[in-house]
Ligand binder design. Structure first.
Ligand code: PGA
Length: 263
C-alpha cells in the first residue's frame, strides 16, 4: 500500500521568525493525531530551511527545498545544491513547480538532471507535472503529462522510481478559485499510473505515489483524497498558516486510516 502524503510549499512566504512560529504551532496542532501512516513535509524558502528543520526536529514533519541545482558546487550564482539542502536538514526537494518553469525558464530536461542529483544525494524529489489550460483545451493533457514524467525519470532504474513523489498540479488549477474536479483528477492520475506501468511494470507503478496539488483546501481535501489513484495532497495558499496545514494533515491522516480499514 502507498503511504499517503500531506505536503505544503510556502513559495516566497515565511521568513525565519514566521517559520519558527509556524513550526511550533503546527507541532502543537497535530500532536494528538495519529500521523504514523502518512508522510508530512513543509517546503520553506531557502533562508528559513535550517530554522524550520531545527524547530521540527523529532516531529513527524520533514522539511524540503523548493528547488535545487544539479551540481554539488561551483560558479552558479544564486543557486543552492543538494549537499546544502541536506546540511540545512532537508529530506525532500520540490522540482519543476510550474512557477519555476514559467518565470525562470526551467525545462524538464533540467528537471531530469536535478532528479538524478536528488536521487544520488539521498533527497526525495517531488516532481511536479501539469498541463496548461491551452493544452487541456486542445485535448493534449495526457500526452504532455506522459512526456513530462518520462523526461523527468530519464534513465532512473525502475526499482528506484517509487522513491520519487509525483505531484500532478494542473497549471490552470494552481492559485485558482477552484481545484480541478474529482472526475478530472481521477482521469489524469489513472493515466499517469498507466504511463508508469508501461515504463516500469505494474508492481512499480502500484508503489509510486502520485499526489494532487492546485487549489486544495481543508474543505475539498476529503473529496480529492477519496479518488482511487490520489496518494496525497500538495497545498499552497491554504497551508501557508499552520492552522490550515494542520487541518489538511488531519484529513490525510483520516484518509490513511480509512484506506487501512478497507484492506
Ligand atoms: P495553491 O498552490 O494551493 O495555492 O493553488 C498549489 C501549488 O502551487 O502547489
Amino acid at each position: 500500500m502507498r503511504r499517503l502524503v500531506a505536503g505544503t510549499g510556502w513559495k516566497m512566504n515565511n521568513g525565519i521568525a514566521d517559520s519558527i512560529r509556524y513550526a511550533e504551532e503546527l507541532k502543537a496542532r497535530i500532536a494528538s493525531l495519529d500521523t504514523s501512516a502518512i508522510d508530512i513535509y513543509v517546503l520553506p524558502p531557502f533562508t528559513s530551511l535550517a530554522a524550520a528543520a531545527q524547530a521540527l526536529a523529532g516531529s513527524p514533519v520533514a522539511v524540503g527545498g523548493q528547488n535545487m541545482h544539479w551540481e554539488d558546487a561551483g560558479s552558479w550564482t544564486g543557486e543552492i545544491s543538494a549537499p546544502m539542502l541536506l546540511e540545512a536538514g532537508c529530506r525532500y526537494v520540490e522540482l519543476a513547480h510550474s512557477e519555476r518553469l514559467r518565470h525562470f525558464g526551467e525545462t524538464y530536461e533540467l528537471v531530469r538532471r536535478k532528479v538524478d542529483k536528488a536521487m544520488s544525494a539521498g533527497l526525495t524529489p517531488i516532481v511536479c507535472l501539469g498541463e496548461s489550460a491551452r493544452e487541456k483545451a486542445e485535448g493534449r493533457a495526457g500526452q504532455v503529462l506522459a512526456e513530462q514524467v518520462l523526461t523527468s525519470l530519464g534513465g532512473q532504474p525502475d526499482e528506484r522510481v517509487p522513491e520519487i513523489i509525483l505531484a500532478y498540479e494542473p497549471r490552470w488549477a494552481i492559485g485558482a478559485a477552484e481545484a480541478a474536479s474529482p472526475a478530472y483528477i481521477g482521469e489524469r492520475h489513472r493515466a499517469l499510473r498507466a504511463v508508469l506501468r508501461q515504463r516500469c511494470g505494474a508492481g512499480i507503478a502500484e508503489r509510486t505515489r502520485i499526489i494532487y496539488g492546485g487549489s486544495v483546501t481543508p474543505e475539498n481535501a476529503r473529496a480529492i483524497l477519496d479518488i482511487e489513484d490520489v496518494d496525497g495532497l500538495f497545498v499552497g495558499r491554504a497551508a501557508w498558516r499552520a492552522e490550515g496545514f494542520a487541518r489538511i494533515v488531519e484529513r490525510v491522516a483520516d484518509a490513511a486510516k480509512m484506506k487501512t480499514e478497507d484492506k
